[in-house]
Write a protein that binds this ligand. Structure first.
Ligand SMILES: [Zn+2]
Ligand SMILES: [Zn+2]
Length: 365
């Protein structure tokens, strides 16, 4: 075993965050699943893991810093005398780091998070989506043991399968017990690694599930798929899969509660004379009556064309905000007609104009 600081390429003064970062990077890089054609990857991965087990634990790190290779006392490795108990390393911690290295979030390593992207219309009316994602599972072929099917791990000869050995330390007639370094405290030596997981006991599997999204779902809503998360332990239920719904914005509509809002440009003649207008709705083409004399900024309501209501039933409304377009390209004839219209209408015809002129008079006396 090499110096754990060298293995992770970190300084002796490295912070826990730096150590964690270095471990993640290296573990991801050298993970056997990512290097299927490189037989040395598994050994490197184990070495990286072992180094991290020491440096991530303040007590073990301090013990190594203080005694380091000196504690080895001429035996096979630098960690012989370090109070480094493989039996204390619970499997969850190892798997946890492994999962972290594979890019899974911290905390409960069984829980997976995933986003489901749906369109505005799918959110309004509900939909069924196939969600494909990767999760870590215990290797089925070796039941997570890492040994090839049919082969049983050898009993470790160094510790007679106990996982611990007694060592005479220094000149004192006291034998201390420490974990066996040969089998890393497991008491077993994998002689024939499982080919599916290359001895890791874990595999990454792609999985597709069908998810039903209810009508009226809002952006950011979450759904829990029980036992849809990682399953690193064969003896434990899988974690949950937490789905977050992401609703794509719509080109024309935006949502306000159960209502949808859109902006509709109309011409000056339409605004002045009124009429019927074709408008886009969530259900396709719809019709909207414009009253004569509609002002810019007026909001017209189309009943029942909004988002289905989840609790009360029925649907929200569609609100159409009217803008009035002023033409920019006019023919000579059109200009003449507008000029005629202006003359015909004279001053003070527009109600808003009149109040504006009153305010002006008030200002300038
Ligand atoms: Zn396996
Ligand atoms: Zn052993």
């Amino acid at each position: 075993m090499r110096d754990p600081y060298d293995v992770l390429s970190v300084a002796r003064s490295a912070t826990q965050d730096e150590i964690k970062g270095a471990f993640r990077k290296l573990a991801a890089q050298h993970h056997p699943d990512r290097n299927p054609d490189d037989p040395g990857a598994q050994q490197r991965f184990k070495e990286i893991n072992a180094a991290y087990q020491i440096l991530s634990d303040p007590q073990k790190r301090a013990a190594f810093d203080r005694f380091g290779p000196a504690m080895a006392g001429g035996t096979t490795g630098p960690f012989q005398g370090v109070p480094f108990d493989m039996n204390d390393l619970n499997l969850d911690a190892i798997f946890g780091d492994l999962l972290g290295a594979l890019g899974f979030r911290q905390g409960d390593r069984g829980t997976l998070q995933k986003e489901v992207r749906i369109s505005f219309e799918e959110a309004a009316f509900g939909c069924t989506k196939d969600v494909t994602y990767e999760r870590v599972e215990s290797c089925v072929d070796c039941s997570g043991t890492g040994s090839a099917p049919g082969s049983t791990p050898d009993r470790c000869s160094a510790c007679s399968g106990r996982g611990r050995v007694r060592v005479q330390q220094g000149v004192l007639p006291i034998a201390i017990e420490r974990p066996c370094s040969r089998c890393r405290g497991t008491g077993r030596i994998v002689i024939d690694p499982c080919t599916t997981c290359r001895g890791a006991g874990l595999v990454t599997k792609e999985r597709t599930i069908e998810v039903t999204i209810p009508p009226g779902v809002e952006n950011g809503a979450t759904r829990l798929v029980e036992r849809g998360g990682n399953a690193p332990r064969p003896d434990r239920a899988a974690g949950d899969l937490e789905l977050t719904v992401r609703v794509a914005p719509h080109d024309l509509f935006r949502r306000v509660g159960d209502d949808i809002v859109c902006t509709m440009p109309i011409s000056f003649p339409q605004a002045a004379l009124g009429g019927e207008l074709q408008i886009p709705t969530l259900d396709g083409k719809g019709k909207l009556k414009i009253p004569a004399g509609t002002q810019p900024g007026t909001v017209l309501r189309v009943k029942g064309k909004g988002i289905p209501r989840r609790v009360m039933g029925g649907r929200g409304d569609q609100l159409v905000e009217v803008t009035v377009e002023v033409p920019t390209k006019l023919t000579a004839h059109q200009k003449e007609l507008i000029a005629q219209l202006a003359q015909e209408m004279g001053e003070g015809v527009h109600p808003q104009d009149a109040s504006f002129m009153d305010k002006l008079k008030g200002l300038f006396g």
